[in-house]
Design a protein around this ligand. Structure first.
Ligand code: SOE
Length: 402
């Protein structure tokens, strides 16, 4: 920042927000790498507060040091508590496995750090509730928090949200979503933390159905009230470092939902869907139109306008790559498409904008807790022979409290 530029003021706590904002990330594997790339690039494309990548934290000292050097972090550490002691670190980005989210997030918020955390919010409802309470208390002190449902930042899905909000689908009645991967189709695929309940919370349900559930509620603006579900573990043991280990989470999940607004929805999630690599499919059907999307062609949205004469109707492919589409003015000339990693850059752009303006970024921890409650209802239903199960929102104020 130049000396002449005024430091941005945080209207909620009245203190000038320090610039550059110091950032630390916890975790350097898949998500840590994706987030690091976004922290490194965001200021090259978007107007965001000045930031510095201060510290990357991970368990293995050599690997985290190597990752820090490669991903542009000034320092590395093996204990996340070091981050809390640093006055020059203002933002903590939690990319560690789910079982670590609540302890780190609550401690960071209490230490006055803004927090971004990967989805799902936590492994249990109790943890997610404690995080949400901590986020509320911190918000009152001008400290912001956000959960990383990055697919909200796919331009085609952000456009879908705009079209639905403008009423181009009329009354939405029916939603279908599927999130299909195949990295566990091979029974010899090794054990990882993602396959243990104590570290991951659940399997395909929390890891990928959570994205579909978030999208259904985000796109429609409605809330899931009831769920019924089935969970299945097809490969019950997998090779670990010390021999075969029990898999304690689901390989696949099926759920049907009923939402406010009288919308019916279904979600399928699988990590054993042979041939499907990372296919998040969403279909929405309304009285006046329909939309379809597939993450494997993420620059495209298909839209059918049912208000046209029937003989002219048909799904149109919109190449969502024009400067007037969400986020795209910042990137390349039209038609020079973007990819999956850009969603994380958009997410950090939105998070930093909210931090600068002293406003609550979305999705909030309340929204993360809401998804957690839906996941919990699906698990409860699956244990109870797919019985229709109310989503225990406690009160809808909890959902709307962001
Ligand atoms: C990140 O958004 C994420 O949800 C990962 O955590 C999943 O494992 C991935 O496969 C989909 O994206």
């Amino acid at each position: 920042m130049t000396n002449s530029a005024p430091a941005p003021t945080n209207p909620q706590n009245g203190h000038p927000e320090c610039e550059p904002l110091g950032v630390a990330a916890i975790g350097y594997a898949f998500m840590g790498k994706a987030h690091s790339n976004a922290w490194r690039n965001v200021a090259s494309f978007f107007d965001v507060p000045a930031l510095e990548q201060k510290m990357l934290v991970g368990r293995d000292p050599e690997q985290v040091a190597e990752a820090a050097a490669r991903y542009g972090w000034a320092e590395s550490a093996t204990d996340w508590r070091q981050v809390l002691e640093r006055d020059d670190i203002h933002i903590v980005d939690i990319c560690a496995p789910g079982w670590m989210h609540s302890e780190i997030a609550i401690a960071a918020l209490e230490a006055g750090k803004h927090v971004l955390v990967e989805k799902p919010l936590a492994n249990t409802i109790a943890e997610a509730e404690a995080m949400t309470e901590a986020a509320r208390a911190a918000r009152a002190r001008g400290i912001q928090s956000m959960i990383g449902f990055n697919y909200r930042r796919v331009p085609a899905l952000a456009l879908a949200k705009e079209l639905i909000a403008e009423g181009r689908l009329g009354t939405v009645r029916h939603v279908r979503a599927a999130y299909l991967q195949d990295w566990l189709a091979d029974a010899q695929a090794p054990m990882t933390w993602r396959l243990r309940k104590e570290t991951a919370g659940s399997g395909a349900l929390g890891d990928i159905a959570s994205h579909a559930i978030d999208q259904i509620q985000y796109l429609t603006g409605e809330t899931i009230l009831e769920a019924s579900g089935v969970l299945k573990t097809f490969v019950t043991q997998r090779p670990g470092p010390d021999g075969l280990e029990d898999v304690t989470v689901d390989d696949a999940a099926w759920a049907t939902f009923w939402l406010t607004g009288d919308i019916g929805a279904s979600v399928e999630a699988s990590r054993v869907a042979t041939g499907q690599k990372n296919s998040l499919q969403i279909e929405m059907y309304g009285t006046d139109g329909a939309l379809t999307f597939n993450l494997e062609s993420l620059n495209e949205l298909r839209f059918l306008d049912a208000t046209l004469p029937v003989r002219e109707q048909g799904f149109r492919r919109i190449l969502v790559n024009e400067p007037e589409h969400p986020y795209l003015e910042a990137w390349w000339p039209q038609g020079h498409i973007i990819g999956w990693e850009h969603t994380f850059t958009h997410q950090i752009r939105d998070f930093l904008t909210a931090v600068r303006n002293g406003t609550q970024p979305s999705p909030s921890f309340e929204e993360g807790l809401n998804v957690q409650r839906v996941l919990d209802a699906v698990e409860g239903s699956a244990k109870n022979n797919s019985a229709l199960t109310p989503v225990d929102h406690k009160s809808l104020a909890m959902v709307e409290g962001a």
